[in-house]
Every structure is written in structure tokens, then in C-alpha cells.
Design a protein around this ligand. Structure first.
Ligand SMILES: Cc1cc2nc3c(=O)[nH]c(=O)nc-3n(C[C@H](O)[C@H](O)[C@H](O)COP(=O)(O)O)c2cc1C
Ligand code: SF4
Ligand code: SF4
Length: 273
């Protein structure tokens, strides 16, 4: 039996990097990709310490993380932690996780938010973090991971107060419910522009298997749910994957560069499936 199991989800490698670092810091830790379990009806952990590492999407945990958590049997768990990676804005992910865990008679013993580089190039003026910016963020992440190590090994309670807290949480929780509606109004859709050379990388990294290469070009299948992980957008070697502009969303992906964590290659992302 593994004493520690860390379940992770990562579109561009930030959360994967954090999960790998935690594995180095906490003895007997097994890493398990959440995407590899999504087709299972029932998922059971056998570990005493269970962790979840994931990015913040629209102020929340990504939909597949929530779906996974609802199915997870946590009877063996005596200590549960969650680590969210984000670009810097306030979120409500831990409130949502707590609600799901409460129904299972469990709760989060500790949770932490790590500020990392943004992987969302659709906004005007966005640029990928520079080497200096990444080095600064990584050094802060590493410091925080060292304190997380102590807390987890000693099984301490630690509910970190969010330093980027701007709106009182009850108000924020209500406001943030509007974000998925806003996203639907944005009608986020991807396409490949003329730079596409049909290499198949986007299909390989697509965590929801929404992308299929048909006649040498990627097709985003309408009947498959997108996880909005942004792996296709950021790992296309030609920067050919774009987000469509709509009346509400002017997308700048055709002007902006791309981001992926410096240590996360295509096989690392694809390996989660
Ligand atoms: C669709 C989408 C929505 C995002 N929403 C937020 C957000 O609400 N707040 C935030 O701070 N970062 C947000 N981000 C940035 C990511 O949380 C951040 O870059 C994260 O570390 C990426 O982790 P990953 O590489 O493991 O996927 C968003 C990213 C994407 C792709
Ligand atoms: S990764 Fe880019 S170049 Fe390769 S098939 Fe997809 S869109 Fe085309
Ligand atoms: S289509 Fe792109 S954003 Fe959506 S799940 Fe696939 S790789 Fe992620």
C-alpha cells in the first residue's frame, strides 16, 4: 500500500511540476493522473494521505477534477490536502472541494495556492512569462513547497489564507457562479489556422480526446466535452491553434505567443491519459 497518493491534472505542466516536486519532498508518494481515471465508474484510494493538485480555471477547479472527486472513495484517507496553481486571481476551488468531501464524511486538512505563470494567451497584451519571471515564481513555489512538506509529513491542519484575496468570500462565491455562464457566452472554440502542418501534436496532448486528425488536419469534435486545459493551444509547435473571436470575446491568440512549463514536454502532458 502506498502511504501517499497525489492525484493531479495539468494542461501545460505547472501543476505537474508541483506534483513531481511534492513527490520528491514527501516519502512514499505515488503520482496518479486524474485524466487516466475519468472513464472509471468507481475510483478507490488505498492511501492514508491523499492529495489533489490542479490549476484554477475561471476561479474554480477544472470540471474533470470535480467529476473525479465525486467518484472517489476516500475511506482509507486520514489526511487530505489540496494544492491549486493559478496565475494570480482569487478563487473558490477549496470551498467547492470541501462541499464534495463533506458528503463523504471528509474534509480538507490543508490547502495551498501557488502563483505560477499564466497559460491563457487569449487576452490583449498577454505575453508568456519571461525566463526571469519564471525563475522568480519558481523560487517562491519551491519555498512554499518546503513548508508544505513539513505540514504534510507532520499531518498538520493548515488552511492557508489567500494573499490575493480582494472580495469577501461570500460575495465572491456568488459572483464566481457567473463565470461559467460568461464563458459560455464567450463561446470558446478552437481552430487551426493556415500555419497547421498536420503534425498531430494537438491530438496527442488533448486531455479530453476532443481533437481528431482527419485528412491531415485537426478537428475539434462537437460531441466531446473540452476540459479547457489549453494544451492544444500552447503545445502546437506552429502556434497554429487559435481561439475564435466572438461578439463578446476578442481573442488575441493570433498575436500572442504561447506558454508551457519549462520542464513539461508533450509526452508528459499526453502521458496523463
Ligand atoms: C481556461 C483557463 C482559465 C483560467 N482561469 C484562471 C483564473 O480564474 N485565475 C487564475 O489565477 N488563473 C487562471 N488560469 C491560469 C492557470 O490557472 C495557471 O496558469 C495554472 O498554473 C496552469 O496550470 P497547468 O499548467 O497545470 O494547467 C486559467 C487558465 C485557463 C487555461
Ligand atoms: S499541433 Fe498545430 S501544426 Fe500540429 S496538427 Fe495540431 S494545429 Fe496542426
Ligand atoms: S481541445 Fe484543447 S483545451 Fe480542450 S481538452 Fe483538448 S487540448 Fe484541452
Amino acid at each position: 500500500m502506498n502511504n501517499v497518493e497525489i492525484y493531479y491534472f495539468s494542461g501545460t505542466g505547472n501543476s505537474l511540476h508541483v506534483a513531481k516536486e511534492l513527490q520528491k519532498l514527501i516519502p512514499e508518494t505515488k503520482l496518479i493522473p486524474i485524466v487516466s481515471l475519468l472513464n472509471k465508474e468507481f475510483i478507490e484510494t488505498k492511501a492514508e494521505t491523499v492529495g489533489f493538485v490542479f490549476p484554477i480555471h475561471l476561479a474554480m477547479a477544472p470540471a474533470p477534477v470535480i467529476e473525479f472527486l465525486k467518484k472517489l472513495d476516500l475511506k482509507s484517507a486520514k489526511y487530505i490536502l489540496a494544492v491549486a496553481t493559478r496565475a494570480g486571481s482569487q478563487h473558490r476551488a477549496f470551498i467547492d472541494l470541501e462541499k464534495i468531501l463533506k458528503k463523504k464524511g471528509k474534509g480538507l486538512d490543508s490547502y495551498f495556492t501557488l502563483n505560477m505563470a499564466s497559460n491563457d494567451p487569449k487576452f490583449e497584451g498577454w505575453h508568456p512569462a519571461t525566463a526571469e519571471e519564471i525563475a522568480k515564481l519558481e523560487s517562491e513555489v519551491q519555498n512554499k513547497l518546503n513548508s508544505i512538506q513539513e505540514i504534510v509529513i507532520n499531518k498538520e491542519k493548515s488552511r492557508e489564507k489567500d494573499t490575493n484575496f480582494t472580495v469577501p468570500m461570500p460575495v465572491f462565491s456568488i459572483l464566481s457562479l457567473l463565470l461559467p455562464i460568461l464563458n459560455r457566452l464567450y463561446n470558446v472554440e478552437f481552430y487551426a489556422d493556415a500555419k497547421c502542418v498536420g503534425c498531430g501534436t494537438c491530438e496527442k496532448v488533448c486531455l479530453s480526446q476532443k481533437i481528431k486528425i482527419i485528412n491531415g488536419k485537426p478537428v475539434w469534435q462537437k460531441d466531446v466535452q473540452c476540459f479547457f486545459c489549453h494544451a492544444c493551444l500552447n503545445y502546437c509547435p506552429e502556434q497554429a491553434v487559435q481561439i475564435k473571436s466572438t461578439r463578446l470575446l476578442k481573442s488575441y491568440t493570433d498575436k500572442n505567443e504561447r506558454y508551457s512549463h519549462p520542464y513539461a514536454i508533450v509526452d508528459d502532458i499526453a502521458g496523463q491519459k
